[in-house]
Design a protein around this ligand. Sequence first.
Ligand code: AMP
Ligand code: ZN
Length: 136
Amino acid sequence: MKDDNCIFCKIANGEIPSKTIFEDEKFRVILDLGPATKGHALILPKDHYANIYELPEKTAADVFVLAKRMAADMTDKLGCDGFNVVQNNGEAAGQTVFHFHMHLIPRYDNDGQKIGWKPSEPSQEELEEIRAQIAD
Ligand code: AMP
Ligand code: ZN
């Protein structure tokens, strides 16, 4: 399950070199080339899935277990003060490479980065309408 036109398929499977910090039979974890902070890394499945919608549930579970282990190990080794786990799906959500990946972003006190959103202020009625739209 590889896509010949996908750069992350080539990186994940070792056809293009990368700064690899972890590898097993299913995943490769590499340093991001445009890091938000020191140690910013990406978990790449070796199989091609464009996004979370295509990701099999078993792979999704494995990704998060690996993210947890990497967070502990990287925090230990880098001495970071916090940690963001970020995952974008679709252009509207900021995805730029369409091979599923999970960002591991070590955070440091006063690192000057901002990962977040501008909060809005919906009414209780608006929240209820949305709740009813989503909940079964
Ligand atoms: P996203 O915007 O969630 O799709 O994230 C794509 C990420 O991949 C960005 O943080 C880029 O800096 C990073 N990136 C793009 N190409 C490469 C590459 N060849 N090696 C490592 N990181 C890359
Ligand atoms: Zn791919």
